[in-house]
Ligand binder design. Structure first.
Ligand SMILES: Cc1cc2nc3c(=O)[nH]c(=O)nc-3n(C[C@H](O)[C@H](O)[C@H](O)COP(=O)(O)OP(=O)(O)OC[C@H]3O[C@@H](n4cnc5c(N)ncnc54)[C@H](O)[C@@H]3O)c2cc1C
Length: 328
């Protein structure tokens, strides 16, 4: 493993911010994690693991050691009943992993196709899209505990998953995910509830659903390779029903516990901020939930824009927006 001082993180974040870390290395084998942990401890610096950088807002200079997770490998354990356990190492590309499971005739991950990033980062915020969350398909996670350097295995219950949340997001940096196993059962029913999928035939196959998901995503989200972004920048806020009632217009999604989920995109749009620019950072013209880099945007511009958007929504609707991407 090669440790590089002043490690350039520009190629490792989809928002395209210029950023560097005191030290960095690409991790291609499990033993290298231990080496990196030891080096960070001896240098008195925190260790941050990054995957595809598709959920990160990076400061200009990180006083840290950064490890880019690139451990590859995937296996299928087929069972007699037609179900399978599929395991992938943390550095596998999530979207390619999903496409591979579908090409192997396995069903269950197709709604999560096209989400950028790595397998190892997917559990951190319990990725979700088109009516399915990772938590519903996960069998177990293998992690390294940075407190004692030991390997541990987590069941989905132990991961404390909820909407874009997990134990790993709460205890940020404590556990390094090294591999994830998914249970893809034979008794599978397509999830077609989400608008855009609801026009598919009830017996649509996983490959058909995946293609539709990829088409829908391409029509709604800007390609980060063309215009830097991290997907949704704010969580959809969940509020008390009285608060939701006080807002006229916009979608409302009643939750089982009586609270109501609102659309952050609608709230931002209603504040007239769709397409708004702050320096080279901006709110995407086509979708108010997406912060984009028009070219050369800085960490400061993104942070100021984010504060401006949250401030406007708070002032107009009394609703507090929280940010989805993680700041390093
Ligand atoms: C265009 C676009 C669309 C998106 N659409 C969706 C969507 O539909 N649904 C959704 O949920 N998300 C979406 N996202 C967000 C993002 O793709 C996911 O959060 C993804 O899981 C991040 O993976 P990553 O490898 O890029 O993680 P990174 O951004 O590199 O890291 C994210 C966090 O995970 C930690 N981390 C990374 N790897 C590990 C590891 N191996 N062990 C421990 N911690 C680790 C990092 O330290 C950081 O805290 C989208 C992003 C973009 C750019």
């Amino acid at each position: 493993m090669e440790l590089t001082p002043d490690f350039d993180l520009s190629p490792f974040n989809t928002l395209g911010l210029a950023s560097k870390a005191r030290y960095g290395a690409v991790i291609s084998a499990r033993d290298e994690i231990g080496e990196l942990m030891a080096f960070a401890a001896s240098a008195g610096l925190p260790l941050h693991i990054v995957g595809g950088g598709s959920n990160l807002v990076l400061r200009d200079d990180l006083e840290a050691v950064v490890g880019v997770m690139a451990i590859k490998g995937r296996t299928i354990e087929r069972r007699d009943d037609g179900s399978a356990l599929v395991t992938a190492k943390a550095g596998e590309d999530w979207s390619q992993f999903v496409a591979w499971t579908v090409s192997e005739g396995l069903r269950g991950l197709e709604n999560l196709a096209g989400i950028p990033g790595t397998v190892g980062a997917a559990p951190i915020q319990n990725i979700g899209a088109y009516g399915v969350e990772l938590a519903e398909r996960l069998e177990s996670l293998t992690v390294l505990d940075t407190q004692d350097g030991k390997e541990r295995r987590f069941t989905p219950d132990e991961c404390k998953f909820s909407y874009r949340q997990s134990l790993f997001k709460q205890l940020r940096g404590r556990f390094i995910v090294t591999e994830a196993t998914f249970a893809l059962p034979r008794a599978w029913a397509p999830v077609l509830t989400y608008p855009g999928l609801d026009s598919l035939p009830r017996d649509a196959d996983a490959s058909v659903i995946m293609e539709r998901v990829l088409t829908l995503r391409a029509s709604k989200l800007p390609d980060w390779r063309v215009i830097g972004n991290v997907g949704s920048f704010f969580h959809n806020p969940v509020v008390r029903p009285e608060m939701a009632d006080a807002i006229t217009g916009g979608p409302r999604y009643p939750q089982p516990d009586g609270t109501v989920k609102l659309s952050a995109a609608w709230l931002i749009d209603a504040c007239g901020l769709k397409g708004h620019r702050h320096g080279q950072a901006g709110i995407y013209e086509g979708h108010a939930l997406i912060v984009v880099n028009h070219g050369g945007a800085t960490y400061r511009e993104v942070s100021e824009l984010s504060a401006k958007v949250s401030g406007a929504v708070e002032e107009r609707f009394g609703v507090t927006l929280t940010r989805e991407p993680i700041e390093l």
